[in-house]
Design a binder for this molecule. Structure first.
Ligand code: FAD
Length: 472
């Protein structure tokens, strides 16, 4: 017997016979609290999320997904869907839910001639790079290689080569999806185009994706990449200059800004370790010598403590931030989109850096635009393509005793910078308590998304996400 929660939030006991029947229909396994495998299924990247699902189903293929979705629907059960387990909000796991764990479905199959890849949802970004880079190919993804491809793609996906080749969703050719009725449907430009539109930015609201097909591009295998580290005291003038450089940079150049206390990196003089710094993290994928004028201008700014830009394997650079983003820490994020880095906004940011509540906390500013911004806001469900900078207040600490201080710091910085932002937000950077920002995440596309939701999931079976209510 297992105790679960229904879609109406009531407790329900599912008898052993029903669970055994479900287990017999699977290639994968079922785990209850106490079974080996249960904790693995419910443990995700953000240690703040410590929830106990009623059952964990570890799926090994689409048939397992269909049988589990049918079981959840027929028993009216609250269902969580987990792939890479990286989402900050922790929607991948809920107390009492039937947890569908896709993390073992990790296959990546590249067709080097067609320059496409078929990817299962449990693959991490590193799995995708591993297979694609062996052919000198890549799809734009994020900057932390242990992130799951599934949640990243469904929310949008951007990283080092997005300015050149678009968002992850802009390179999605098709997906296999198990819908709430248990059917497996294909979504592409020609098959179920409404669903294909919705899954490119609308998150996990519409069904369970069991396979993604991506367009790949020639990238690397070697690129020009690395870090330029400056004292935080110079950040005001550096960011002013940086904005101009970023606005006129070629699509091949991407520069993200990180402000934090310097980690003990081997190339930094020891007396800088632990001191606040501004870091330009750079990736250039063009063929101009030295990365062209924009990169030369960036490298000429101020008096850097270190400049370690040089040739790097692309797959290696994709992992450069992994040591700062390991699983198991407590994390809380707040994010804003900006069209520009206004002087006053920068000052607010710098004041906040003076009071960083923990050495693991940081503020990231992602430089986007380029190819990403040349697609209309309603062409895919991702609605906010024009903003040029995406700030993520990335608070991270070890012990529960730090919760109030760190979360309070992030919220204050978020509030203080709100008036300079566009009001939109990247759905994949929203913590669980950002419920009042769901409208900002789906923006102009909300109404259409809600109609597609009604068509494919009128009963809102897939509700553990930044939820889109089905249109009535
Ligand atoms: P999970 O936690 O497994 O899933 C999250 C939600 O997605 C689920 O609750 C479900 O609603 C839905 N979902 C997952 N799998 C499926 C599926 N197969 N079918 C249907 N719905 C599904 N994003 C970027 O774009 N760029 C970055 O550079 C970037 N950097 C990051 C760095 C770190 C350290 C972290 C933690 C996240 C980063 N992200 C970035 C955000 C990332 O895109 C999201 O966290 C994303 O949700 C991770 O996907 P996942 O499969 O690991 O998520």
């Amino acid at each position: 017997m297992a105790n679960l929660i229904t879609l109406d939030g009531k407790g329900v006991s599912i008898d052993s016979e029903a669970i055994e029947t479900l287990a017999a229909s699977l290639r994968g396994s079922i785990f209850k609290d106490g079974d080996a495998g249960y904790d693995e299924g419910r443990t995700i990247w953000n240690a703040m999320v410590d929830r106990k699902p009623g059952l964990v189903v570890r799926a090994m293929g689409t048939s397992d997904v269909r049988n589990t979705v049918n079981f959840a629907r027929e028993n009216n059960l609250l269902m969580a869907v987990r792939s890479g387990g990286h989402q900050i909000a922790g929607h991948a796991v809920a107390d009492g839910a039937l947890l569908l764990d896709l993390s073992q479905m990790q296959s990546v199959r590249v067709d080097p001639k067609a320059k496409t890849a078929r990817v299962e949802p449990g693959a991490a970004l590193s799995d995708v790079d591993f297979e694609t880079q062996s052919h000198g190919l890549a799809v734009p993804m994020g900057i932390n290689s242990t992130t799951g491809i599934a949640g990243l793609t469904l929310g949008g996906g951007f990283g080092w080569i997005t300015r050149k080749y678009g968002m992850t969703i802009d390179n999605l050719l098709s997906a296999d999806i198990v819908t709430a009725d248990g059917a497996m449907v294909k979504a592409s430009a020609s098959e179920n185009p409404d669903l294909f539109w919705a899954i490119r930015g609308g998150g996990g609201n519409f069904g369970v994706v069991t396979s993604f097909e991506f367009q790949l591009h020639d990238v690397g295998p070697e690129v020009l990449a690395g870090l330029i580290v400056h004292p935080i005291e110079d950040a005001g003038s550096l960011l002013r200059e940086f904005e101009g450089i970023a606005n006129s940079a070629p699509d091949e150049l991407t520069v993200w800004v990180v402000m934090r206390k310097a980690p003990p990196l081997p190339f930094l003089p020891e007396d800088w370790h632990g001191k606040p710094v501004l870091v330009f993290a750079v990736c250039y994928i063009g063929d101009e010598d030295g990365g062209g004028d924009a990169l030369k201008k960036l490298r000429a700014l101020g008096k850097p403590i270190a400049d370690v830009i040089g040739p790097s394997p692309f797959a290696g650079w994709q992992q450069a931030f992994d040591p700062l983003l390991t699983p198991g820490m407590r994390n809380y994020w707040k994010s804003h989109d900006f069209n520009e880095l206004k002087e006053d906004a920068v000052q607010v940011l710098l004041n906040a850096i003076e009071t960083l509540p923990d050495p693991n906390c940081e503020v990231f500013i992602a430089h986007v635009g380029g190819a990403m911004a040349r697609i209309a806001d309603d062409a895919t469900a991702y609605p906010q393509r024009s903003s040029h900078f995406i700030m993520n207040v990335h608070t991270r600490w070890a012990e529960p005793s730090g919760d109030d201080l760190c979360i309070g710091w992030a919220r204050k910085l978020f509030d203080d910078t709100a008036k300079y932002s566009t009001g939109s937000v990247y759905v994949n950077f929203m913590p669980e308590d950002d419920v009042d920002r769901v409208g900002g995440a789906y923006g102009v596309n909300m109404d259409r998304l809600s109609a597609v939701k009604a068509k494919y999931d009128g009963g809102n079976l897939f509700r553990l996400n930044h939820n889109i209510a089905p249109k009535s």
